[in-house]
Design a protein around this ligand. Structure first.
Ligand SMILES: O=C(O)CCC(=O)C(=O)O
Ligand SMILES: [Fe+2]
Length: 404
């Protein structure tokens, strides 16, 4: 488990027994999912959404916004947006000096991963933080904005349409409560929709049976986005493998083709909340992937844990890359899968569009041996083994696969 996670706030770890086989509990039934009529909530928070004090936000949305000089500089920022992402990122660096809230690294990909300087920046970011912004990533800004709009449309579907498209046992796709809900006693102020990238069109048709224009918009947007993110993820993973002195071609022959990984979108919807300081949008967790690539539009909400919770302020048109648990494991803890969470606010809804890039489900992964002097920290495992253990032990899943 990541050292940065040891003393962090979060659920109690579930003890992993010495020798029990991994049970098939991850793909559990989601029959208890009922779309919550968030729009009907006015005034006070239902009791089930009130979180224990130690797990509540430490800083309000308004404080976070103010600390990042967001509102005061809104006009300036609009001008910068017109001048393009590069300037916006430059300005964010200036803001970073004013605020210790905003110091996750920014990696500029304009020179490509063929550049040693770019690769070093990616590797350092993943060793020190496990999370970084990526700018000039090659995904057109229009595609990001369309994905955000298409996601928003999905969550405006009626409760009946959502219930008809709820996640079913044995499938990750569909609407549902956050996957991590069962590890926390209180409810999170959000709902999610997951779609496997190889069934975007099928799912979209089911979402919008009587609205061909909405179906076309959703399908074409997410198919284009998935293609661009597959490209980006495999480039970043390639750079990270090189950073471990691993020959990518050799890795592909012994492990898996970087472009052949399955992929999913997970859309998160956080409605405005009457009492945001009493609840949480998405509770602390790490991602069960190799890499996760997140787009949060122009809104605050994401926090990452680095000894304290740090707000990850939005940077126009940039993406946020997280190292996932599987990459931490195969890299023998060289790359860190960071604990993160999402806060909600009173003023407006927030959406995040998250691309999940795990390894092929049943392929056995061996921790990478190159450059490792003291032996593998983890046993060989497949992604399926891992998600099943995570579904049972949550943050204890790292421990479960450790060589004793
Ligand atoms: O909404 C966010 O910013 C966080 C989303 C997230 O961490 C996830 O879906 O795994
Ligand atoms: Fe996450």
């Amino acid at each position: 488990m990541s050292p940065s996670v040891v003393s962090s706030p979060g659920p109690q770890q579930v003890e992993s027994p010495e020798q029990s086989p991994v049970p098939d509990v991850y793909l559990r039934s989601e029959q208890d999912y009922r779309p919550y009529p968030f729009e009907q909530v006015r005034g006070s928070l239902p009791e089930a959404y009130v979180w224990p004090e130690e797990l509540r936000p430490t800083r309000s949305y308004e404080e976070g916004v103010a600390e990042n000089a967001w509102e005061e500089e809104e006009e300036e920022e609009e001008e910068e947006q017109a001048e393009g992402a590069e300037e916006a990122i430059g300005s964010s660096k200036e803001k970073e000096e004013e605020s210790d809230m905003m110091n996750i690294p920014v990696v500029d990909l304009s020179e490509g991963v063929e550049s040693e300087a770019v690769r070093t920046a990616i590797v350092t970011a993943c060793q020190e933080w496990g999370v970084f912004y990526v700018a000039n990533h090659g995904v057109p800004a229009q595609v990001l904005q369309r994905a955000h709009r298409a996601a928003s449309r999905v969550f405006r579907l009626s409760p009946d349409a959502k219930a008809a498209n709820a996640r079913r046992a044995g499938s990750l796709s569909g609407f549902g409560k956050p996957h991590i809900s069962k590890f926390y006693d209180s409810l999170m102020w959000s709902e999610g929709f997951t779609v496997a990238c190889d069934s975007i069109a099928t799912l979209s048709r089911r979402l919008f049976p009587a609205d061909p224009a909405a179906h076309l918009y959703f399908t074409s947007t997410f198919e284009e986005y998935a293609g661009a993110l597959r490209e980006l993820s495999s480039k970043i993973l390639g750079a990270l493998l090189l950073g471990l002195n691993v020959d990518v071609k050799r890795f592909e022959s012994t492990h898996f083709e970087l472009r052949d990984c399955p992929s999913y979108f997970h859309l998160n919807y956080y409605p405005p909340c009457p009492q945001p300081m009493m609840t949480i949008g998405l509770a602390p967790h790490t991602d069960s992937t190799l890499l996760t690539i997140l787009y949060q539009g122009d809104d605050f909400g994401l926090e990452t844990w680095k000894g304290q919770w740090k707000l990850v302020a939005p940077i126009k048109d940039s993406l946020i890359v997280h190292v996932g648990d599987l990459l931490q494991i195969i890299s023998n803890d060289k790359y860190k899968s960071p604990l993160h969470r999402a806060l909600v606010n009173k003023r407006k809804e927030r959406l995040s569009v998250v691309y999940l890039y795990p390894p092929p489900a049943t392929k056995t992964l061996y921790p990478i041996e190159e450059g490792i002097d003291s032996g593998s920290l983890y046993k060989p495992l497949s992604w399926l083994d891992y998600v099943q253990a995570k579904g049972k032990y949550f943050m204890g899943a790292f421990e479960y696969f450790k060589n004793k």
